[in-house]
Design a protein around this ligand. Sequence first.
Ligand code: SAM
Length: 322
Amino acid sequence: MSWALGKVILNGPLEKLPLDLSFPGWDGRVFLEIGFGDGGFLAYLASKESRAAVVGMEVCQWCATKAARRVLRLGLDNVRILRGDARYLIGFCFKRSSLDGVILNFPCPWPKKRHTERRVTSPRFAGLLSEYLKPKGVFSLATDVEWYAMATMEFFEAMEGFSVVQYEVNPVRGFLTKYERKWKAQGRDTYLVEVRYEGGAQEHIPVEDACPYVEEDFDMEVAWQQVSREVEIYDLVGTLRDRKGGKEGHMFVFRDIFRGGDGVILVSAITVDDGFEQHFYIRFYPKGNGYGVKLDPVGHPYRTPAVRMAIKEAAGVLRVEL
Ligand SMILES: C[S@@+](CC[C@H](N)C(=O)[O-])C[C@H]1O[C@@H](n2cnc3c(N)ncnc32)[C@H](O)[C@@H]1O
Protein backbone atom coordinates (compact mmCIF):
# COMPACT_ATOMS: atom_id res chain seq x y z
CA MET A 1 0.00 0.00 0.00
CA SER A 2 2.81 2.44 0.78
CA TRP A 3 3.63 2.97 -2.92
CA ALA A 4 0.21 4.54 -3.26
CA LEU A 5 0.95 7.15 -0.56
CA GLY A 6 2.26 9.48 -3.26
CA LYS A 7 -1.26 9.76 -4.64
CA VAL A 8 -2.34 11.43 -1.41
CA ILE A 9 0.82 13.08 -0.05
CA LEU A 10 1.92 15.78 -2.48
CA ASN A 11 5.47 17.04 -2.76
CA GLY A 12 4.62 20.74 -2.84
CA PRO A 13 7.72 22.17 -4.53
CA LEU A 14 7.41 19.62 -7.35
CA GLU A 15 3.76 20.42 -8.00
CA LYS A 16 2.53 23.11 -10.30
CA LEU A 17 1.54 25.84 -7.85
CA PRO A 18 -1.01 26.93 -6.90
CA LEU A 19 -2.34 23.38 -6.68
CA ASP A 20 -4.93 22.07 -9.08
CA LEU A 21 -7.34 20.26 -6.74
CA SER A 22 -9.94 19.28 -9.30
CA PHE A 23 -11.20 15.70 -9.57
CA PRO A 24 -14.15 14.09 -11.40
CA GLY A 25 -17.34 15.22 -9.68
CA TRP A 26 -15.67 18.11 -7.81
CA ASP A 27 -18.13 20.84 -6.85
CA GLY A 28 -15.44 23.54 -6.62
CA ARG A 29 -15.25 23.72 -2.82
CA VAL A 30 -11.97 23.38 -0.91
CA PHE A 31 -11.51 22.73 2.81
CA LEU A 32 -8.18 22.90 4.62
CA GLU A 33 -7.40 21.21 7.92
CA ILE A 34 -4.23 22.43 9.62
CA GLY A 35 -2.43 20.03 11.98
CA PHE A 36 -4.66 17.00 11.37
CA GLY A 37 -2.66 14.64 13.63
CA ASP A 38 -3.73 11.06 12.93
CA GLY A 39 -6.06 12.23 10.13
CA GLY A 40 -9.30 11.02 11.73
CA PHE A 41 -11.16 14.31 11.28
CA LEU A 42 -9.64 14.84 7.82
CA ALA A 43 -11.04 11.50 6.65
CA TYR A 44 -14.39 12.15 8.35
CA LEU A 45 -14.68 15.54 6.62
CA ALA A 46 -13.66 14.08 3.26
CA SER A 47 -16.30 11.35 3.43
CA LYS A 48 -18.97 13.81 4.61
CA GLU A 49 -18.03 16.32 1.90
CA SER A 50 -17.20 13.84 -0.84
CA ARG A 51 -17.62 16.34 -3.68
CA ALA A 52 -15.28 18.91 -2.07
CA ALA A 53 -11.48 18.82 -2.16
CA VAL A 54 -10.09 18.34 1.35
CA VAL A 55 -6.48 19.34 1.96
CA GLY A 56 -4.52 18.56 5.11
CA MET A 57 -1.29 20.25 6.17
CA GLU A 58 0.90 18.74 8.90
CA VAL A 59 4.44 19.30 10.07
CA CYS A 60 4.76 15.73 11.36
CA GLN A 61 5.88 13.19 8.74
CA TRP A 62 4.61 10.21 10.70
CA CYS A 63 1.15 11.84 11.01
CA ALA A 64 1.07 12.51 7.26
CA THR A 65 1.87 8.87 6.50
CA LYS A 66 -0.67 7.57 9.00
CA ALA A 67 -3.40 9.86 7.67
CA ALA A 68 -2.61 8.97 4.04
CA ARG A 69 -2.90 5.26 4.88
CA ARG A 70 -6.29 5.92 6.45
CA VAL A 71 -7.43 7.89 3.38
CA LEU A 72 -6.35 5.08 1.04
CA ARG A 73 -7.95 2.41 3.22
CA LEU A 74 -11.25 4.29 3.08
CA GLY A 75 -10.95 4.79 -0.69
CA LEU A 76 -11.28 8.60 -0.43
CA ASP A 77 -10.09 10.27 -3.62
CA ASN A 78 -10.79 13.88 -2.62
CA VAL A 79 -7.97 14.24 -0.06
CA ARG A 80 -4.52 15.74 -0.58
CA ILE A 81 -1.88 16.04 2.13
CA LEU A 82 1.09 18.38 2.29
CA ARG A 83 3.80 18.09 4.86
CA GLY A 84 5.14 21.31 6.34
CA ASP A 85 4.27 24.41 8.29
CA ALA A 86 0.81 25.53 7.21
CA ARG A 87 1.55 29.17 8.04
CA TYR A 88 3.75 29.21 4.97
CA LEU A 89 2.35 26.40 2.81
CA ILE A 90 -1.03 28.15 2.52
CA GLY A 91 0.62 31.00 0.63
CA PHE A 92 2.45 28.60 -1.68
CA CYS A 93 -0.30 26.14 -2.44
CA PHE A 94 -3.64 27.87 -2.88
CA LYS A 95 -5.13 30.40 -5.22
CA ARG A 96 -6.26 33.52 -3.42
CA SER A 97 -9.89 33.49 -2.24
CA SER A 98 -10.19 29.77 -2.93
CA LEU A 99 -10.90 28.19 0.47
CA ASP A 100 -14.40 27.48 1.76
CA GLY A 101 -13.22 26.44 5.18
CA VAL A 102 -10.07 26.36 7.31
CA ILE A 103 -10.21 24.00 10.28
CA LEU A 104 -7.89 23.88 13.26
CA ASN A 105 -8.59 21.20 15.84
CA PHE A 106 -6.98 21.33 19.26
CA PRO A 107 -3.79 23.21 18.39
CA CYS A 108 -1.24 24.21 20.99
CA PRO A 109 -2.50 27.57 22.36
CA TRP A 110 1.08 28.85 22.63
CA PRO A 111 0.66 30.25 26.15
CA LYS A 112 4.12 31.89 26.37
CA LYS A 113 4.23 35.57 25.50
CA ARG A 114 7.14 35.15 23.11
CA HIS A 115 4.99 32.74 21.05
CA THR A 116 1.96 35.02 20.60
CA GLU A 117 2.76 35.32 16.87
CA ARG A 118 2.00 31.59 16.49
CA ARG A 119 -1.53 31.93 17.80
CA VAL A 120 -4.51 32.23 15.50
CA THR A 121 -5.02 35.66 17.06
CA SER A 122 -1.96 37.07 15.29
CA PRO A 123 -2.55 39.67 12.57
CA ARG A 124 -0.50 37.50 10.25
CA PHE A 125 -2.88 34.55 10.56
CA ALA A 126 -5.87 36.86 10.07
CA GLY A 127 -4.05 38.17 7.00
CA LEU A 128 -3.70 34.65 5.62
CA LEU A 129 -7.39 33.95 6.22
CA SER A 130 -8.43 37.15 4.48
CA GLU A 131 -6.21 36.30 1.50
CA TYR A 132 -7.20 32.67 1.07
CA LEU A 133 -10.75 32.24 2.38
CA LYS A 134 -13.51 32.97 -0.08
CA PRO A 135 -15.89 35.67 1.09
CA LYS A 136 -18.33 33.78 3.40
CA GLY A 137 -15.68 31.10 3.98
CA VAL A 138 -15.38 29.94 7.58
CA PHE A 139 -12.44 29.48 9.94
CA SER A 140 -13.17 27.03 12.71
CA LEU A 141 -11.14 26.53 15.89
CA ALA A 142 -11.81 23.68 18.33
CA THR A 143 -9.88 23.86 21.60
CA ASP A 144 -9.91 22.64 25.18
CA VAL A 145 -8.45 25.97 26.36
CA GLU A 146 -11.16 28.41 27.37
CA TRP A 147 -9.01 31.57 27.35
CA TYR A 148 -7.80 30.72 23.83
CA ALA A 149 -11.38 30.31 22.58
CA MET A 150 -12.41 33.60 24.24
CA ALA A 151 -9.36 35.47 22.92
CA THR A 152 -10.03 34.15 19.40
CA MET A 153 -13.64 35.24 19.56
CA GLU A 154 -12.73 38.72 20.82
CA PHE A 155 -9.92 39.12 18.30
CA PHE A 156 -12.12 38.33 15.28
CA GLU A 157 -15.09 40.28 16.60
CA ALA A 158 -12.88 43.35 16.57
CA MET A 159 -11.31 42.54 13.19
CA GLU A 160 -12.74 44.34 10.17
CA GLY A 161 -14.09 41.90 7.58
CA PHE A 162 -14.73 38.99 9.97
CA SER A 163 -17.71 38.02 12.10
CA VAL A 164 -18.02 35.36 14.79
CA VAL A 165 -20.86 33.04 13.76
CA GLN A 166 -20.59 30.41 16.48
CA TYR A 167 -19.27 29.96 19.99
CA GLU A 168 -20.21 26.68 21.61
CA VAL A 169 -19.13 24.79 24.70
CA ASN A 170 -18.88 21.01 24.28
CA PRO A 171 -20.05 20.98 20.67
CA VAL A 172 -21.13 17.73 19.03
CA ARG A 173 -19.56 17.60 15.57
CA GLY A 174 -20.08 14.00 14.45
CA PHE A 175 -16.43 13.04 15.02
CA LEU A 176 -14.13 13.29 18.05
CA THR A 177 -10.48 13.89 17.20
CA LYS A 178 -7.74 12.03 19.03
CA TYR A 179 -6.97 15.04 21.26
CA GLU A 180 -10.64 15.75 21.78
CA ARG A 181 -11.12 12.19 23.07
CA LYS A 182 -8.12 12.65 25.34
CA TRP A 183 -9.41 15.88 26.87
CA LYS A 184 -12.94 14.50 27.21
CA ALA A 185 -11.57 11.43 29.03
CA GLN A 186 -9.97 13.86 31.51
CA GLY A 187 -13.35 15.56 32.00
CA ARG A 188 -12.37 18.81 30.28
CA ASP A 189 -14.77 21.06 28.43
CA THR A 190 -14.14 21.80 24.76
CA TYR A 191 -14.93 24.98 22.81
CA LEU A 192 -15.75 25.68 19.19
CA VAL A 193 -15.32 29.13 17.66
CA GLU A 194 -16.44 29.68 14.06
CA VAL A 195 -15.53 32.88 12.27
CA ARG A 196 -16.86 33.89 8.87
CA TYR A 197 -14.79 35.98 6.50
CA GLU A 198 -17.15 38.61 5.12
CA GLY A 199 -14.65 39.99 2.60
CA GLY A 200 -12.89 43.31 2.26
CA ALA A 201 -10.46 42.87 5.18
CA GLN A 202 -7.31 43.14 3.15
CA GLU A 203 -7.19 46.90 3.21
CA HIS A 204 -7.12 46.74 7.02
CA ILE A 205 -4.32 44.20 7.25
CA PRO A 206 -0.76 45.26 6.44
CA VAL A 207 0.48 43.70 3.20
CA GLU A 208 3.49 42.18 4.96
CA ASP A 209 1.11 40.28 7.25
CA ALA A 210 -0.73 38.73 4.31
CA CYS A 211 2.56 37.82 2.62
CA PRO A 212 2.42 34.93 0.12
CA TYR A 213 5.71 34.93 -1.73
CA VAL A 214 5.96 31.88 -3.93
CA GLU A 215 7.85 32.76 -7.08
CA GLU A 216 6.50 31.42 -10.31
CA ASP A 217 8.53 30.85 -13.51
CA PHE A 218 11.60 29.99 -11.47
CA ASP A 219 13.88 27.78 -13.50
CA MET A 220 15.63 24.84 -11.83
CA GLU A 221 18.53 25.20 -14.20
CA VAL A 222 19.80 28.72 -13.88
CA ALA A 223 23.18 29.09 -15.40
CA TRP A 224 25.87 27.60 -17.55
CA GLN A 225 29.42 28.71 -17.95
CA GLN A 226 32.45 27.41 -19.70
CA VAL A 227 35.07 26.60 -17.08
CA SER A 228 38.29 25.00 -18.21
CA ARG A 229 39.52 22.65 -15.47
CA GLU A 230 37.73 20.78 -12.70
CA VAL A 231 40.24 21.87 -10.09
CA GLU A 232 39.42 25.46 -10.93
CA ILE A 233 35.66 24.98 -10.52
CA TYR A 234 36.17 23.27 -7.17
CA ASP A 235 38.25 26.21 -5.93
CA LEU A 236 35.61 28.63 -7.17
CA VAL A 237 32.74 26.76 -5.55
CA GLY A 238 34.78 26.38 -2.35
CA THR A 239 34.58 30.14 -1.84
CA LEU A 240 30.86 29.71 -1.09
CA ARG A 241 31.47 27.86 2.17
CA ASP A 242 29.88 29.76 5.10
CA ARG A 243 28.96 32.68 2.85
CA LYS A 244 25.80 34.51 3.97
CA GLY A 245 23.55 36.92 2.15
CA GLY A 246 20.04 38.17 1.51
CA LYS A 247 17.90 41.07 2.63
CA GLU A 248 14.67 42.07 4.38
CA GLY A 249 13.59 38.82 5.96
CA HIS A 250 14.99 36.64 3.16
CA MET A 251 18.39 35.24 4.13
CA PHE A 252 20.62 32.41 2.95
CA VAL A 253 23.81 30.72 4.10
CA PHE A 254 25.94 28.07 2.41
CA ARG A 255 27.49 25.31 4.47
CA ASP A 256 29.19 22.07 3.44
CA ILE A 257 30.48 21.37 -0.03
CA PHE A 258 30.59 17.81 -1.36
CA ARG A 259 32.54 16.65 -4.37
CA GLY A 260 31.41 13.61 -6.35
CA GLY A 261 33.63 11.40 -8.51
CA ASP A 262 31.65 12.37 -11.61
CA GLY A 263 32.63 16.04 -11.43
CA VAL A 264 29.41 17.05 -9.64
CA ILE A 265 29.75 19.42 -6.68
CA LEU A 266 26.91 19.87 -4.19
CA VAL A 267 26.70 22.93 -1.96
CA SER A 268 24.36 22.69 1.02
CA ALA A 269 22.24 25.78 1.50
CA ILE A 270 19.86 27.00 4.19
CA THR A 271 17.35 29.75 3.47
CA VAL A 272 14.93 31.57 5.74
CA ASP A 273 12.00 33.61 4.38
CA ASP A 274 10.20 35.37 7.24
CA GLY A 275 10.84 32.39 9.50
CA PHE A 276 10.23 29.70 6.85
CA GLU A 277 13.39 27.61 6.84
CA GLN A 278 14.45 25.32 3.99
CA HIS A 279 17.48 23.06 3.57
CA PHE A 280 18.55 21.99 0.09
CA TYR A 281 21.52 21.58 -2.25
CA ILE A 282 22.76 23.55 -5.20
CA ARG A 283 24.34 21.37 -7.85
CA PHE A 284 27.30 22.33 -10.05
CA TYR A 285 27.58 19.73 -12.80
CA PRO A 286 29.67 19.22 -15.94
CA LYS A 287 27.80 20.17 -19.06
CA GLY A 288 29.39 20.21 -22.51
CA ASN A 289 32.76 21.83 -22.02
CA GLY A 290 31.61 23.88 -19.03
CA TYR A 291 29.56 23.74 -15.87
CA GLY A 292 25.87 24.20 -15.15
CA VAL A 293 24.30 25.32 -11.87
CA LYS A 294 20.86 24.25 -10.71
CA LEU A 295 18.79 23.36 -7.70
CA ASP A 296 19.57 19.76 -6.86
CA PRO A 297 16.37 17.74 -7.33
CA VAL A 298 16.83 15.90 -4.00
CA GLY A 299 16.09 18.94 -1.83
CA HIS A 300 13.03 20.35 -3.64
CA PRO A 301 12.74 23.75 -1.94
CA TYR A 302 9.77 26.02 -2.51
CA ARG A 303 10.91 28.80 -4.83
CA THR A 304 11.05 31.65 -2.34
CA PRO A 305 12.95 34.93 -2.70
CA ALA A 306 15.76 33.62 -0.46
CA VAL A 307 16.12 30.49 -2.65
CA ARG A 308 16.39 32.69 -5.72
CA MET A 309 19.01 34.89 -4.03
CA ALA A 310 21.01 31.83 -2.92
CA ILE A 311 21.15 30.35 -6.39
CA LYS A 312 22.05 33.69 -7.93
CA GLU A 313 24.89 34.04 -5.45
CA ALA A 314 26.07 30.49 -6.17
CA ALA A 315 25.95 31.03 -9.93
CA GLY A 316 27.96 34.20 -9.34
CA VAL A 317 31.09 32.15 -8.62
CA LEU A 318 31.02 31.13 -12.27
CA ARG A 319 30.74 34.83 -13.06
CA VAL A 320 27.49 34.34 -14.89
CA GLU A 321 25.05 37.20 -15.37
CA LEU A 322 21.48 36.01 -14.66
C1 SAM B 1 -2.18 18.89 19.53
S1 SAM B 1 -2.07 18.12 17.98
C2 SAM B 1 -3.76 17.98 17.47
C3 SAM B 1 -3.96 16.92 16.43
C4 SAM B 1 -5.38 16.75 15.89
N1 SAM B 1 -5.86 17.96 15.25
C5 SAM B 1 -6.33 16.31 16.97
O1 SAM B 1 -7.20 17.10 17.34
O2 SAM B 1 -6.20 15.16 17.43
C6 SAM B 1 -1.48 19.46 16.96
C7 SAM B 1 -0.99 18.99 15.59
O3 SAM B 1 -0.69 20.14 14.81
C8 SAM B 1 0.51 19.92 14.10
N2 SAM B 1 1.07 21.25 13.82
C9 SAM B 1 1.59 22.13 14.71
N3 SAM B 1 1.94 23.27 14.13
C10 SAM B 1 1.65 23.12 12.81
C11 SAM B 1 1.81 23.96 11.67
N4 SAM B 1 2.34 25.18 11.78
N5 SAM B 1 1.42 23.49 10.45
C12 SAM B 1 0.89 22.25 10.33
N6 SAM B 1 0.73 21.41 11.39
C13 SAM B 1 1.09 21.84 12.60
C14 SAM B 1 1.34 19.04 15.02
O4 SAM B 1 2.32 18.28 14.33
C15 SAM B 1 0.27 18.15 15.65
O5 SAM B 1 0.07 16.97 14.90
